[in-house]
Design a protein. Structure first.
Length: 504
């Protein structure tokens, strides 16, 4: 395999037909509709895939029709076609294509939504796969390529819907490896590499930066030149916790601080806007920042309460109660809805998705009011009585309860599924992952049992109506350990190439 320089600029991947992005110097391009090459099995002809509506543009500046300048809201999210999924033939065709037979099983190593939850990427023991969420379908598969050198992809992350992917190949001993490699799906090869002296625990990226998360350090690199611009020391971070805003300038990053239970909020490469929040007494289990960076949510390893803070001033906005104070809960993912005042949590130890209404925690309506304190909700006698009651009773009785929950099918009361597609020793998947629809009151639950569930909720519901049990809109099998498995498309007839139970 070709040895790549470190760091290596991404300039060679710029396509002349695509206008360069101002902050990326044109180093990010949309996925190509060309037929994939180099993957195992037969590749069918390219098929146009419509990505749907682009994010609403908030850039009202006049724009010349001949100008190549890209509006702020479309940077990093160009609409283009993806190649049709390259799947392995169900018949033995190793002699026809001159390759070795398929391995017995392919297991899941990692899974993650992209920045707007329109897609998600999965690292496997043979490479990686890319999927669309609406409608649920497989968009691209890259496995058994010579560039992978027979290694698993321990971690994988994608940049919106572009051809750029950041991946962490597994080491020879089964660890996550000590480098991040940048894959360009159009060129079908690695175009850059970043190394570390310790094992890489997590990776995050946006148009301007790529973040490498290690056990006790976080390093931020530029996307265009892959040059380090910031080093951050953290407490022990075995889960590779890191959350990065998807839009807005400057970029905002949240990661564990140097003390146990502390969150560091980094605003750009300049430390002038940096702050810390002492969120919990125990080590952190989950961190998420709202899409534009106004709010930060955290959960500890004990996981009974999720805390929501305003980033500026570290003001505690909500204490979201998941379970009783003595019932430990393992939080696996959290998410803010981009437009609606809702916050969702999934747990590895429970078969539910919990939905909370957080009125004053939307990026579109900042406020200084603290709805978590009853004394600020009213005035006069009610305000006095509320403050007295809050000081006399434990926080448990004043915490915000969830207003709705969704029960994940085929999962026992302890959160264990009937089927586990993860690699037994090397997988970096702790539990189900949650992603909200960009505009609608709905969400997806991506589970390591190979199912993708979609559920819808009422935008006007709140906790005063009691806990609502949500029903799923659809459930689709997106992953199985069989190497010849592929997702079936809605409405197609099942045959040799389809999976009979892929769609419910």
């Amino acid at each position: 395999p070709r040895r790549l320089a470190t760091p290596l600029a991404l300039a060679p991947i710029l396509s002349p037909s695509i206008a360069p992005l101002p902050e990326c110097e044109g180093k990010v391009e949309a996925m190509s509709a060309e037929e994939p090459t180099g993957c195992y099995g037969r590749c069918s002809a390219a098929e146009e895939i419509q990505w749907g509506q682009a994010p609403e543009c908030t850039d009202t500046r006049p724009r010349d029709a001949a100008s190549d300048e890209t509006p702020e809201c479309t940077k990093g999210a160009e609409e283009d076609a993806l190649p049709e999924v390259c799947v392995s033939s169900t018949k033995s065709s190793a002699q026809e294509i001159g390759t070795t037979p398929l391995p017995c099983n392919i297991h899941l190593m990692s899974m993650a939504f992209n920045q707007d939850c329109s897609c998600f990427v999965a690292g496997t023991t043979a490479g990686f796969r890319v999927f669309k969420t609406a409608p649920a379908s497989e968009a691209m598969r890259r496995e058994h390529l010579p560039a992978f050198e027979g290694r698993s992809m321990a971690l994988a992350a994608m940049l919106f819907r572009t051809t750029i992917y950041a991946m962490v190949p597994a080491g020879q001993d089964g660890s996550a490896g000590n480098k991040i490699q940048v894959w360009d799906a159009k060129q079908n090869r690695f175009v850059g590499e970043m190394r570390s002296r310790s094992e890489v625990k997590g990776v995050a990226l946006r148009n301007e930066v790529i973040v490498m998360v290690c056990e006790k350090t976080v390093c931020v690199y530029t996307v265009d030149k892959l040059q380090p611009i910031l080093y951050i020391n953290t407490a022990e971070n075995p889960r590779g916790l890191c959350s990065l805003t998807a839009a807005g300038k400057p970029w905002i990053l949240c990661c564990p601080g140097e003390n146990v239970g502390e969150v560091r909020v980094q605003v750009g490469a300049d430390n002038s806007g940096t702050s810390t929040i002492q969120a919990h007494e125990r080590p952190l289990a989950a961190i998420v920042i709202s899409p534009t960076g106004q709010f930060v949510a955290t959960a500890s390893e004990f996981g009974t309460v999720v805390k929501v803070f305003r980033r500026e001033g570290a003001e505690l906005m909500y204490r979201l109660r998941l379970s009783t104070p003595t019932q430990e809960t393992s939080v696996s993912s959290m998410a803010f809805h981009p437009l609606l005042p809702f916050f969702g949590v999934t747990c590895a130890s429970k078969p539910y998705v919990y939905l909370f209404r957080v009125e004053h925690c939307t990026d579109a309506a900042p406020t200084s009011q603290d709805p978590a304190k009853p004394a600020q909700r009213g005035s006069g006698m009610w305000g006095v009585l509320s403050s007295v009651v809050k000081g006399a009773v434990p926080d448990y009785f004043t915490d915000t309860p969830y207003c709705a929950r969704f029960q994940i099918p085929d999962v026992d009361p302890d959160g264990r599924p009937d089927i586990d597609t993860r690699h037994e020793a090397q997988a970096r998947v702790h539990g189900p992952q949650l992603g909200f629809h960009r505009t609608e009151p709905s969400f997806w639950v991506m589970h390591y049992n190979g199912m993708l569930h979609e559920a819808k909720f009422a935008a006007e519901m709140d906790a005063t109506q009691g806990v609502q049990e949500l029903k799923f809109r659809s459930s689709t099998m997106w992953f199985a350990v069989r190497p010849d498995f592929r997702m079936s498309k809605l409405g197609e007839e099942q045959g040799e190439e389809g999976d009979e139970w892929a769609v419910l």
